[in-house]
Design a protein around this ligand. Structure first.
Ligand code: C2E
Ligand code: CA
Ligand code: CA
Length: 731
């Protein structure tokens, strides 16, 4: 159930606490009660009100009470709401034809019943009652003056002469009622009452016009015969329905459908308000952004239903557990936000963040599964960290990034992290400008076969030669390119370049395969296979020499489409490799579905293979699993001879890492390969290339006999020709 939006009648939960609001409430209550008392003394309850023409009044009064209990909620753009009731029709009709005392009594009864029924808090009930009394008295006064009728007595029927005074009365009714609401809100939140009033009038113009326009009709009908009054039920039901639909639509625009929390739009509006309130005042307001850890894995592994349920539970915990003064919103995905208006200092914000963190601490039970729901939290405070909404939100985001780097942490905004972000943003701008220029270069890192040390293939790794910052490693810009869509043109360039350079290597007699990295984004492009086929055709590279490397996370973005694209890529003849294997969560299921030709054990397991027993177990079982499924296994990130040997002992097929060579540019690679010897590409059954067995590289290490079986000693890496380390790259 979406939470009921808070009303705005100057009576938000903490409104009664502030001094100006209390003053305002006291003033209107005193006025209203004085007027009510004066009217009732001058015009005591009379039996005449319930018979003769009074019967019509009594009917209208009864409908007023009923109408009050059926509020139509008009929702404002900022998510606050206004109860507008069909009782307005009957209240105004009574003002026109009945004694003022009767109208006031009926309205008092209606409001009191409604407040009791809804268990409203007394301050709020008093505010509502006062507003109604003041509105009715003002309306009757204007009507009496305009029509020349007495102020207190009723009894005269409504005629065509009364149309103009009636219209004036309706306008007074609307302006006084809404004006008092706007004034209350303005006092409470230090806003401009006129602006609020205009916004209110705009939001409910049509509904109000119909409700008040029906008032004279009700008055005439009641005078003719009260039994005709039910005829009004139809138009009123229509108004009610309309208002409900409009309110629902407005609600959908401001609240998140899954959790019922305010959405990004509403959160922003409330933040705008909080910032406006705090900027010049003594207090502060804070924005806290929360991003759940591991949510993506939950979604990918256990399915969207479980993911959705987890989000709903988290939303509930936050909404129930945090103080009523804060706004908790879901910004999308697994990102939540909390706005804390009117806090004292940054320490308060920190305490709130810790409270959020504690609320998430206990595992959430979903579908019988205990799921951890920890998160990272970024905090930014106005005016300490920012004095405008955009900056505040942006800085909370930066703090969140900071926190995410240390999973499960709470971080407040720090200008140092900003530097980082500014650099990121500048880089992004440069990236836009440089795609398609010659600032990008491909480096290649060899992969060798443990069995005989022969080079089977090379992995193409991109380098960006930035005119100012020098060579930039892909980890610094590939994620940027992926998040902006630049990855598509970038990958096309890299693939085209590396195919061309591979063709040149083949022409020079180096029979090596090529591995290229393909990002998630591209696998949703149904045109990719055709494009690839054309590129292969243009460069005359045999498809079976090319392996595409995809990561598991790549596949979870839009699995069905990705699967289709991958299938078509393999139909062309390309090989498929699962990169960074072991870092995702759904490895096995994907392996079964995809049946790749190769898995690459992630380098985080490989580098610590010999020091961390757990990693050794992971590597060993990945190798067994891969072989069991008929795939070859590559270990990447092999940095020393001992690890190389250990992997060979475990039966790992191919090795890639600094121990063999760092990534290098194409021309260096050509020279290097001449010394190293190649042996055909990974898909080939046996080394048949011209360079096969060319193990006579200078200083070649001991070679195992071809087809070294179990028990045969695994050779260490050959002493491949040394290549000058390519500057800052490839390290
Ligand atoms: P990756 O696919 O896992 O590539 C292997 C990375 O490990 C490369 O980093 C490589 O330089 C590094 N490496 C190789 N041997 C060793 C070693 O012995 N020790 C250590 N510590 N590291 C080693 P690089 O070139 O910085 O690439 C980083 C990542 O960027 C790649 O990870 C890949 O995911 C992505 N990437 C690189 N080039 C491209 C590209 O052209 N397109 C796409 N989409 N992504 C690319
Ligand atoms: Ca790779
Ligand atoms: Ca990798």
């Amino acid at each position: 159930m979406p939470p009921t939006p808070t009303e705005r009648v100057g009576t938000s939960p903490d409104a009664t606490r502030s001094l100006p609001v209390r003053g305002y409430l006291l003033t209107i209550l005193t006025f209203a009660l004085t007027l009510l008392g004066a009217v009732l003394i001058a015009q005591p309850l009379s039996p005449r009100w319930f018979d003769g023409p009074g019967l019509a009044w009594a009917f209208l009064a009864a409908l007023l009470v009923l109408g009050e209990l059926q509020p139509l909620v008009v929702l404002h753009r900022d998510g606050t709401s206004e109860p507008l009731t069909v009782s307005s029709t009957f209240a105004l009709s009574l003002v026109i034809i009945a004694p003022l005392g009767l109208v006031l009594l009926a309205q008092t009864l209606a409001v009191t019943l409604n407040d009791l029924w809804r268990r409203r808090d007394p301050a709020r009930a008093a505010a509502t009652l006062s507003r109604h009394i003041l509105t009715l008295v003002a309306t009757r006064t204007v009507y009496a003056l305009a029509s020349g009728r007495p102020l207190l007595d009723g009894g005269d029927p409504f005629t065509s002469h009364d149309l103009f005074p009636g219209a004036l009365a309706a306008a007074t009714f609307l302006l006084t009622g809404n004006g008092l609401i706007a004034l209350g809100t303005a006092v409470d939140r230090r806003l401009d009452p006129v602006r609020l009033l205009l916004a209110d009038l705009r939001a409910q113009a049509l509904t109000s016009a119909i409700l008040l326009g029906l008032a004279p009709v009700a008055a005439v009908l009641a005078g003719f015969s009260p039994l005709m009054l039910p005829l009004l039920a139809l138009p009123l039901a229509g108004v009610q329905r309309n208002a409900r639909t409009a309110a629902r639509r407005q609600h959908d625009a401001l609240y998140d459908g899954l959790t019922g929390l305010p959405n990004r739009t509403l959160f922003r509006l409330r933040t705008e308000q909080a910032v406006a309130d705090t900027r010049d005042g003594p207090g502060r307001s804070a924005v806290l952004l929360l991003d759940l850890d591991h949510f993506k894995e939950v979604n990918d592994t256990l399915g969207h239903q479980v993911g959705d349920e987890l989000l709903r539970r988290v939303a509930e915990r936050l909404a129930d557990g945090l103080p009523g003064t804060v706004t908790t919103a879901r910004l999308g995905g697994d990102e939540f936000a909390v706005l804390a208006p009117r806090i004292r200092d940054t320490e308060d914000a920190r305490t709130l963040a810790e409270q959020m963190s504690r609320l998430l601490h206990d595992p959430v039970l979903v579908d019988g599964l205990r799921l951890g729901a920890s998160g990272s939290i970024g905090v930014a405070v106005c005016p300490d960290h920012a004095r405008c909404v955009d900056t505040l939100l942006q800085r909370a985001d930066i703090a969140l990034y900071d926190a995410k780097d240390n999973r499960g942490e709470i971080r407040s905004y720090r200008p140092e992290s900003d530097q980082h972000t500014v650099q990121r943003l500048c880089l992004l701008g440069d990236l836009h400008a440089s795609v398609g220029t010659d600032q990008f270069e491909m480096h290649y890192q060899p992969q060798v076969r443990t069995r005989d040390g022969a080079v089977t293939s090379v992995e193409a790794l991109i380098r960006w030669r930035h005119p100012v910052h020098g060579t930039i490693r892909p980890d610094a810009f590939i994620p940027l390119a992926e998040s902006t869509g630049l990855i598509a043109p970038l990958t096309r360039t890299t693939v085209r370049t590396s195919l061309r350079e591979l063709a040149a290597l083949h022409a020079a007699g180096h029979r090596v395969g090529l591995s290229v990295n393909i990002s998630a984004r591209l696998l949703s492009d149904l045109d990719l296979p055709r494009w690839f086929a054309r590129a292969l055709h243009t460069t005359a590279v045999p498809p079976e020499t090319v392996t595409i490397e995809v990561t598991e996370s790549t596949l979870s973005a839009d699995p069905r489409r990705a699967m289709q694209v991958l299938r078509e890529l393999r139909e062309i003849g390309l090989r498929l490799s699962i990169d960074d294997f072991g870092t995702g969560y759904s490895s096995l299921s994907y392996l079964q579905k995809l049946q790749p030709d190769e898995v690459k054990v992630d380098r985080s397991f490989v580098t610590t293979l010999r020091s961390d027993e757990n990693n050794a177990v992971i590597v060993r079982s990945t190798i067994e699993l891969g072989h069991g499924l008929g795939m070859s296994v590559v270990a990447e990130g092999v940095e020393d001879t001992a690890t190389y040997r250990a992997l060979g002992d475990l039966g790992c097929d191919l090795i890639q890492g600094y121990v063999v060579a760092r990534p290098m540019p194409a021309d260096t690679l050509g020279t290097w390969l001449t010394g190293a010897g190649t042996s055909g590409w990974p898909g080939q059954a046996e080394a048949t290339g011209p360079a096969a067995g060319a193990g006579s590289a200078p200083g070649a290490g001991p070679k195992a006999g071809a087809g070294a079986g179990s028990g045969a000693e695994v050779p260490g890496p050959r002493q491949h020709p040394t290549v000058p380390a390519p500057g800052r790259v490839g390290t």
